[in-house]
Unconditional design. Structure first.
Length: 435
């Protein structure tokens, strides 16, 4: 019985270990980094919660065996190396994450840091910040202080809805494993699709978004999200699924083909065509290959990969059905725009953009880890059955993932990470409070 329980949780050990290690690294970094301050006051002192209290739904799912199918996929396909001497794919992904964080920890201390410390108080300008210190500051502000928890907590319902749509537990009660096929194909690492192109795009976009030019473009995009012309358009009585898909195809085709003039004749109502004008002007600027930073090249490569693998635009159809047809609140434009607005207001330093760009640039240098991450993606989303395994990996794994997120596992993990980083005497813990 014990052996079976150990085997059942093994599929999650890598994930849990990764989060824990990232948390520890973000807290302490290296021997020279200070741990987060937890001022010990009588009013703050509390009994440490056990893991069963921090993540009850996670442990309940494991204890009842509901994660068995996911464990089987991971155990049978991702815990064995592709070639003798290579690490298993999941192990290699974790190695890359920890190697990246360790690299940040070995960089010189921040300007103004106390002797023997890595991080400075107060924080230096973000251009002079150590990435590990900035990660810790971001976690403290957004999670420990609870200033962006609503944005974090939307992960559970959004991910649940996405996977339930694929597995046939959505509003239409129809499986859509064609989307899983698309996701797996996007991770194919072939002549059309390379994950490194996506990393290049993250670096370029975050660099642009942090510039004065990018900040102005973000403000224009945010203003568009509040226009009644757009909100009225994004209703099922105003735009059909085929019309939405045609619009997406036209936009992506214009970017891939480098034809900015095609963006002037989008199939939009006249009032929306006028309101969207400033944002279209920004997009025209970005698809100019001479623009600095060069967003056009990785953007074209990424969109070309997507349109090559998803010729029917099934992923776009999924977005239409969840956000417009089914009107799921977690995909509502107004709510999402408001959450992003609140995160931007809290993250005044632009730490999230800075961290996303630097992490993407660091991971891109590890080709073996990128290939391993792609292998994990292809394996989990594979829709191919075999003589040995009548159900595909996607049919086995995705319903389990959907159920875990439906039970609030992501929110539980945020609470557990907060407790790991700041301990039992770190004051209140908004991340552990019911939403």
């Amino acid at each position: 019985m014990r052996q079976k329980l150990r085997d059942n949780i093994f599929a999650w050990v890598a994930v849990a270990s990764g989060v824990a290690l990232v948390g520890v690294s973000a807290a302490c970094g290296a021997d020279q980094a200070e741990a987060p301050r937890a001022e010990l006051r009588a009013s703050d002192t509390q009994q440490c919660k056990g893991f069963e209290q921090l993540m009850p739904n996670f442990l309940k799912a494991i204890g009842t065996g509901r994660t068995e199918n996911l464990r089987k996929v991971v155990h049978d396909h991702l815990l064995e190396p592709d070639r003798p001497g290579d690490p298993p794919p999941i192990n290699d992904v974790l190695r890359a994450v920890m190697g990246t964080l360790q690299g940040f920890a070995t960089k010189p201390p921040e300007p103004g840091a106390a002797a023997g410390q890595l991080c400075a108080v107060p924080a230096p300008p973000i251009e002079n910040a150590n990435e590990l210190c900035e990660l810790r500051r971001t976690l403290e502000t957004l999670i420990h202080q609870g200033k962006a928890l609503e944005a974090v907590r939307i992960i559970d319902p959004q991910t649940t809805a996405l996977f339930r749509y694929i597995t046939g537990e959505g509003a239409d009660k129809t499986p859509h494993y064609e989307v899983a096929t698309v996701v797996g194909d996007l991770c194919s690492q072939d002549g059309v699709c390379q994950m490194s192109n996506g990393l290049d795009l993250i670096v370029a976009l975050t660099t642009f978004a942090r510039s004065p030019e990018g900040k102005a473009a973000t403000e224009r995009l945010d203003a568009l999200s509040m226009k009644s012309s757009l909100l009225d358009f994004l209703k099922p009585e105003a735009v059909t699924e085929d019309g939405f898909v045609a619009l997406a195809r036209t936009l992506m085709g214009a970017v891939i083909g480098g034809m900015p003039s095609d963006l002037d004749n989008l199939p939009l109502p006249p009032d929306l065509q006028q309101d969207v004008g400033p944002v279209i002007a920004d997009l025209k600027m970005l698809i100019d290959p001479n623009h600095v930073p060069n967003v056009a090249t990785p953007l074209k490569r990424t969109l070309n990969c997507f349109m090559s693998k998803d010729k029917n635009l099934d992923a776009v159809r999924m977005l239409y059905r969840l956000a417009i047809r089914d009107k799921l609140p977690e995909f509502g434009l107004t709510r999402l725009a408001q959450l992003l607005r609140e995160v931007r207001a809290v993250d005044e330093r632009g730490s999230l953009l800075y961290l996303a760009g630097t992490m993407a640039a660091a991971v891109k240098t590890d080709e073996q880890a990128i290939d391993s991450a792609a292998k994990v993606c292809r394996t989990v989303f594979s829709t191919q059955s075999t003589a040995v395994q009548s159900k595909s990996n996607a049919e086995l794994a995705l319903p389990v993932i959907a159920e875990l997120f439906a039970q609030g596992v992501a929110s539980e993990l945020v609470c557990a990470t907060d407790t790991l980083l700041w301990g039992c005497a770190g004051g209140s813990q908004p991340a552990c409070a019911p939403p």
